[in-house]
Write a protein that binds this ligand. Structure first.
Ligand SMILES: O=C(O)CCC(=O)C(=O)O
Ligand SMILES: [Fe+2]
Length: 254
């Protein structure tokens, strides 16, 4: 696999992509090493080792790593629970469109997904910006009503149990109209009023049916860099227990 040294990373190009379109993709980065063939099943492809210091150094080119949830800056995203409802980073299967840390008053600014071992099949990253989400809502006859409900500061989310006691969250808007978005459907607080339930369902319908997301078929050595205020991410279904990503959330630099 061709790879570059840390000093020739295309940091400026990635920053420009991030600013212009809300995400960036860097390929063949030097944080994965020698592949180990998976002998048990020729269909699955090799697994890769990784250098956590290199991951931290690369992430730090784009911001300040956050250890707020889980107490560590580099979080392994790999299937390790059979609970179908476990948080996205701990189970196999698909993940719906969301922004990270939506349950905090101030979500981190960027999310880095470092691809160590992609799933043998599936597990692709899907990306949807705030503007493409509003455009998708606009393609539905009830989209305007939903957008009105989504723009009100009345939305709250439950924090995943694995991260400890939940933060106290002030209600906030999903689409406040300032170019940002905050969303995750499966851990909205329970007992929403009917109008909010309808808006949430319509947004999910638009995200699955009326949106043309960007799709990234992952490769070892990829860094998918996401503006967590402007772009949602999702993943397609997968089963491969060896899939491994490393997630680093970042605060924008000073
Ligand atoms: O597994 C993925 O592709 C993304 C995981 C994710 O969105 C997360 O851990 O927040
Ligand atoms: Fe995520």
């Amino acid at each position: 696999m061709p790879s570059q040294s840390l000093s020739d990373l295309p940091v400026e190009r990635a920053r420009a992509d991030l600013a212009r379109r809300g995400w960036a993709l860097l390929r063949d980065l030097p944080f994965t090493s020698a592949a180990h063939a998976r002998t048990e099943n020729a269909d699955t492809g090799p697994t890769y080792a990784y250098d956590e210091d290199a991951v931290r150094r690369i992430a730090s080119c784009f911001g300040i790593p956050s250890d707020r949830d889980g107490g560590r800056t580099v979080w392994r995203v790999s299937p390790r629970t059979r609970r179908g409802r476990g948080t996205f980073s701990m189970r196999a299967g698909g993940a719906g469109f969301h922004t990270d840390s939506q349950y905090h008053n101030r979500p981190e600014d960027f999310v880095c997904l470092f691809v160590v071992t992609p799933a043998a099949h599936g597990g692709d990253t899907l990306l949807a910006t705030e503007s493409s989400t509003i455009a998708a809502l606009g393609r539905h006859p009830d989209g305007g009503v939903a957008l009105d409900a989504l723009s009100r500061p009345v939305w709250r989310w439950r924090a995943p149990e694995v991260y400890g006691p939940p933060p106290m969250q002030f209600p906030t808007a999903v689409l406040p109209g300032d170019g940002t978005i905050r969303w995750r459907a499966d851990n909205l607080v329970a007992g929403l009023p009917p109008a909010q339930c309808r808006a949430a369902a319509l947004l999910e319908h638009c995200l699955t049916g009326l949106l043309r997301p960007t799709r990234i078929v992952q490769r070892p050595g990829d860094l998918i860099l996401i503006d967590n205020h402007r772009t949602m991410h999702a993943r397609t279904a997968f089963h491969d227990p060896a899939r491994l990503l490393l997630r680093v959330r970042l605060w924008a630099g000073p």
